[in-house]
Write a new protein. Structure first.
Length: 164
């Protein structure tokens, strides 16, 4: 029997306008539209705060934050918990980038991220999304397997394409 949570919005596509949102973060309230015409934005959607692969990817993004900043790119990590959960996650991993709290997964749903089958379980997908300065989605990598949702080399190559 199909899980009704699987019938959410259609996944966002490259070339589409990025859905706008405002979420509470470790740095205060973050409104995606505030980056428009200023910086590219990488959204990294984690499965769960407890996901070890997502933690590794978030740490890797934090390590290349300066390199991304030099490419006029801001990184935002989005997790499905409270602002306190986001703060604990950032503190535990010593992240230098904002962690946003999407307690109801409303932004996940806006971006078409839903649960997918992994082995015999439905699990939340993780994803990396690049939005250019004009608010257009330029890159998406999403996966039910969290190991496949983040490729730093591929992401940097896509950011450099947007810079041209």
């Amino acid at each position: 029997m199909a899980d009704s949570s699987q019938t959410l919005e259609k996944p966002i596509e490259i070339g589409a306008a990025a859905p706008d949102f405002t979420l509470e973060a470790t740095t205060g309230s973050v409104h995606l539209a505030d980056f428009r015409n200023k910086e590219n934005v990488v959204l990294f959607f984690i499965r769960e705060y407890s996901c070890p692969q997502c933690q590794r990817h978030a740490s890797n993004l934090s390590k290349i934050a300066d390199e991304l900043k030099a490419l006029d790119t801001e990184v935002l990590i989005i997790g499905s918990g409270t602002p306190a959960d986001a703060a604990n996650y950032a503190r535990k991993l010593r992240l230098r980038i904002p962690v946003l709290a999407d307690a109801q997964r409303s932004v996940y749903h806006q971006y078409g991220l839903r649960k997918g089958m992994l082995a015999v379980l439905y699990v939340q997908r993780s994803a990396t999304v690049l939005i250019d300065k004009t608010g257009i989605v330029r890159y998406i990598e999403h996966s039910t397997n969290p190991n496949a949702s983040f490729n730093p080399g591929e992401l940097l190559a896509e950011i450099r394409k947007v810079q041209k």
